[in-house]
Design a protein around this ligand. Structure first.
Ligand SMILES: [Zn+2]
Length: 280
């Protein structure tokens, strides 16, 4: 098989209370949402998206921030509130410099949205789904059925207008024995791209496990953890739908990340990860 190329992009930054990514098992929603955190104590984290050039097609994993939150390329309070609602703005503020929106970075590589075979949304939180309209010309846009249901149950956490008019295709995880709950979806039915359910942060969240020739793999665990410290020390994020499942998912990420076949294991918002390209 030809090589798989994975491009790690940063599509802007998100500003949150440190309790949101690292609040732990007993963090209250108030704390995680930043209601008790002073402005100066908030932290900025990168917002990642990934382009995977696979012999069977081009995949985009997550979409980062939409240009709508920063029309001028700088922090814009009113534009953010309009795009994501006031409660979401209170919890996570964002900005995206010119040229950094996902469609802008793809254009630089000569890739149009309609050239993408799949857009894979790991979950529907705003910093992952915000940019989906910018790539809505892609051939397939996949999100798990469990996540669509989760978004329906939490209308304040999730902003459905971000994907209004976008043809999202829901898929169901299958009992494959892969992952913390034994559930995954084998995109090409050859084991090379497994969407592995890692519930906890949200119900339908998945990691993308990309396996190349010889069994070496890259694990993109989205918000299953916020840095390698999350799985090394089993630190839950403050925002979660099920903390017990979150620990189970972190334990699985830890096991996979420590395996000798693991080339890289990346969290979406890890401040230590810089944009780069991986050849698998
Ligand atoms: Zn996120």
């Amino acid at each position: 098989m030809d090589k798989i190329r994975i491009h790690v992009f940063h599509c802007g930054r998100v500003c949150v209370s440190p309790y949101l990514p690292f609040g732990g098992k007993h963090c209250s929603l108030m704390k995680a949402a930043g209601l008790t955190t002073r402005k100066k104590d908030r932290i900025w984290l990168p917002v990642s998206a990934y382009l995977v050039e696979h012999p069977k097609g081009k995949l985009l994993i997550d979409t980062g921030w939409s240009r709508e939150i920063s029309p001028g390329g700088v922090y814009d309070r009113m534009a953010q509130i309009h795009h994501m609602s006031f409660p979401l703005y209170v919890t996570n503020q964002g900005e995206i410099a010119k040229g950094m929106a996902v469609n802008e970075q793809l254009r630089t590589l000569g890739i149009r949205p309609e050239d993408l075979d799949y857009v894979l949304l790991t979950h529907l939180d705003c910093d992952h789904a915000s940019g989906v309209k910018q790539v809505k010309g892609a051939k397939h846009i996949l999100v798990s059925e469990d996540e669509i249901a989760c978004a329906g149950r939490h209308p304040i956490r999730y902003r459905a207008s971000m994907w209004k008019g976008v043809p999202l295709s829901g898929f169901s995880f299958e009992n494959t024995g892969i992952g913390p709950c034994g559930k995954s979806f084998d995109l090409f039915e050859d084991g090379s791209i497994q969407l592995v359910n890692i519930p906890g942060h949200s119900d339908g969240l998945y990691a993308v496990l990309i396996t190349g020739d010889g069994g070496r793999y890259v694990l993109l665990y989205s918000d299953g953890g916020y840095s390698s410290g999350s799985w090394r020390q089993l630190i839950c994020s403050g925002i979660a739908t099920d903390k017990k499942n979150q620990i189970k998912s972190l334990e699985w990420i830890a096991k996979m990340s420590r395996n000798k076949n693991c080339l890289e294991s990346l969290a979406n918002h890890d401040p230590d990860v810089i944009p780069h390209t991986i050849l698998l």
